[in-house]
Design a protein around this ligand. Structure first.
Ligand code: FAD
Ligand code: NAI
Length: 456
């Protein structure tokens, strides 16, 4: 039986990063992947293809709807969807190939096939057995579905199907106004589809600061998305020609429906129960503060365990778990993990929302600045949205930063560093920010929180 120091199961951003880190530390490492390509959900059917399509459609939308205002007069503007999809696939293939290269460079052995645990130190892949001192589970997550709406990836889609449509639907229904619904809804809305979103709760992106959720809904409504909040789909009828969703007393008809109601940990066929690894009621593998499962030689990270289902969270955990396996100390500051939604304007948050801070009994200071007052945002025509800074009144420390606006995905890292370094709101307010940049909104919102805003 081939023996390793560490076998990682799953090659997503949790698993592949952990495997490389372990190899760099001198361990003999293998990484098992059941799909044809490495990279997991993120690279193959998640972060990367969705961002490629968001980028392409944003170009199109800008030229089609804002070009004239800039004096750019384009005629006969058309979308070639198959070319757009081919570009997306090329980007995915390039990045996936990059992981093959990195595995070879770092001497990580890639094993193809689905792994099953046979003991606390052994696995089986396609009839072959392998042994390792430590196992690291990084098998990710899968979409949640509705019992009355079986996925066929033709009319009833998960994000995977929605990333690979061959035609722009005339009307697209979405169940769930979370990140997937709003990102992929934006893609097809920009391409001209009617998009109607049905959300169970009373607001979109329910996990975010309430004011940010409200702003997101307002700007996406202006872009033509239609939202039905507090609405439960009770049944469905799927035909060759389309889908009807049954809501109390009302039918919603569309060409396709995207079911985006969350994701659940994926551990099918992994043999967890048989070897005695404990999970919670939703299937998450239970771990201690060192990523150890109920079997001390087996660790778990990423979407498979508790916490936000984000690629960078999985990677941080992969690195920390390997450091711990190698006898080092490692800790993750979960409060400082940013959360980004790549709609336009983008939405980026880190730290506590106003509601979370109040619920925790923290007396807060709040500073807000709309982008319409920021010169750079005026130049680019990105005047919607705001920056909201939340500080702890007593200590003066930043405890939350929330941005709806241009380049929010890049700007948020100022908040990440501030939280990591326990910086005060005054530190941001007094730091020089280049003019004209969108980041000036962060400085001004910090000044506003201190009652020192210049332009408000
Ligand atoms: P995964 O990436 O899911 O990888 C797990 C891997 O394990 C898979 O390749 C799977 O095939 C393999 N596997 C499972 N079981 C076995 C087995 N028994 N044997 C062998 N291999 C196995 N996050 C962000 O941070 N930013 C984004 O912009 C973003 N966009 C997203 C867009 C979409 C449409 C989706 C669906 C997700 C997005 N995410 C995003 C979430 C992100 O993709 C996940 O949080 C991340 O991929 C989790 O990484 P992971 O390593 O835990 O698992
Ligand atoms: P989500 O948790 O973001 O949103 C799901 C939404 O569906 C919620 O608003 C919820 O209230 C609603 N919902 C649940 N059941 C419902 C029902 N029966 N009817 C109507 N609405 C219902 O989940 P989503 O969008 O599926 O994304 C899954 C995960 O993937 C995210 O939580 C995120 O971690 C990750 N992701 C991250 C991205 C990013 O970082 N940019 C992009 C896409 C996904």
């Amino acid at each position: 039986m081939e023996k390793f120091d560490l076998i990682v199961i799953g090659s997503g951003p949790g698993g592949y990063v952990a495997a490389i880190r372990a190899a760099q530390k001198g361990l003999r490492v293998a990484c098992v992947e059941k799909e044809k390509t490495l990279g997991g959900t993120c690279l193959n059917v998640g972060c990367i293809p969705s961002k490629a399509l968001l980028h392409s459609t944003e170009y199109y939308h800008r030229v089609a709807h804002e070009g004239n205002e800039h004096g750019i007069e384009a005629s006969d503007l058309r979308v070639n969807l198959s070319k757009m999809m081919a570009r997306k696939e090329k980007i995915v293939a390039g990045l996936v190939g990059g992981i093959d290269f990195l595995f070879k460079k770092n001497k990580v052995v890639a094993i193809k096939g689905a792994a099953k645990l046979t003991s606390s130190t052994t696995i089986e892949v396609e009839g072959e057995s392998y042994e390792a001192t430590h196992l690291l589970l990084a098998t990710g997550s899968e979409p949640m579905t509705l019992p009355f709406l079986p996925i066929d990836e033709k009319r009833v889609l998960t994000s995977t199907g929605a990333l690979a449509l061959t035609e722009i639907p005339k009307k697209m229904l979405m169940i769930g106004a979370g990140v997937i619904g709003l990102e992929l809804g934006s893609v097809y809305r920009r391409l001209g589809a009617e998009v109607e979103v049905i959300e169970l709760l009373d607001r979109v992106t329910p996990g975010l600061d309430a004011e940010i959720s409200k702003t997101v809904q307002q700007v996406l409504t202006k872009q033509g998305m239609i939202f039905h909040l507090n609405t439960k789909v009770l049944g469905a009828e799927v035909r060759d020609s389309g889908v009807t969703l049954k809501v109390d007393g009302r039918d919603f008809v569309g060409d396709v429906v995207l079911v985006a109601i969350g994701r659940k940990p994926y551990s099918e066929g992994l043999g967890l129960r048989e070897v005695g690894i404990q999970t919670d009621e939703s299937g998450r593998v239970l771990i201690d503060g060192s990523f150890r499962t109920s079997l001390p030689s087996v660790y778990a990270i990423g979407d498979l365990v508790d916490g936000p289902m984000l690629a960078h969270k999985a990677s941080e955990e992969g690195i920390a778990a390997v450091d711990i396996i190698c006898g080092q100390k490692a800790e993750i500051n979960y409060v400082a993990i940013p959360n980004v939604m790549y709609t336009w304007p983008e939405v980026a948050c880190v730290g506590m929302s106003e509601q979370e801070a109040k619920a925790a009994g923290i007396e807060i200071i709040v500073g807000k600045v709309p982008f319409r007052g920021i010169p750079r945002a005026r130049c680019s025509g990105d005047e919607e949205g705001l920056v909201k800074i939340i500080g702890d009144k007593k200590s003066g420390r930043l405890i939350g930063m929330h941005i709806v606006g241009p380049s929010a995905s890049e700007m948020i890292h100022e908040g990440v560093i501030a939280l990591e370094k326990r910086a005060k709101v005054v530190d941001i307010a007094h730091a020089s920010h280049a003019h004209p940049t969108c980041s000036e909104a962060i400085k001004e919102a910090s000044q506003a929180a201190l009652g020192e805003a210049i332009h408000l």
